[in-house]
Ligand binder design. Structure first.
Ligand SMILES: [Zn+2]
Ligand SMILES: [Zn+2]
Length: 128
């Protein structure tokens, strides 16, 4: 049984959540995939799901994400963590470096870690 329900339909998310974390997938790649393919449900629904299935002892995860500047799942990839520069592609129209349309493959983390993989850099460390 799960107490996680869809915020609008109130239907259990178990079917969508069940197999959603890929083996070795890091938190930030997972959130980017979920928020892109599904939707942001507000708050840290997906992060909490990741924590429960991969890193149950990381009980301070949500507090840490908030202190890093995210208010919900969709702000973790993009606002707190940015794709590393080597993964960006040049947009032919603007000439700017942008995130590729297809998410890069997760380069994987240790089990039970809530750290992102090498694909991501802390936004505040990227001097733009
Ligand atoms: Zn959001
Ligand atoms: Zn990753």
């Amino acid at each position: 049984m799960s107490n996680v329900v869809h915020i609008l339909t109130r239907r259990p998310l178990d079917e969508r959540l069940g197999t959603s974390v890929r083996p070795g997938e890091c938190l930030v790649c997972f959130l980017r995939r979920m928020v892109g393919a599904q939707e942001c449900l507000g708050s840290f629904t997906w992060a909490e799901h990741y924590r429960r299935s991969r890193a149950p002892r990381a009980v301070a995860l949500e507090r840490r994400l908030r202190s890093e500047g995210a208010a919900c799942d969709c702000e973790v990839p993009g606002r707190v963590w940015r794709l590393s520069g080597s993964l960006l592609v040049r947009d032919p129209a603007s000439g700017l470096l942008v995130e590729p349309a297809a998410a890069p493959r997760c380069s994987a983390t240790r089990p039970a870690s809530t750290k992102p993989c090498d694909n991501w850099s802390l936004a505040r460390d990227l001097a733009l």
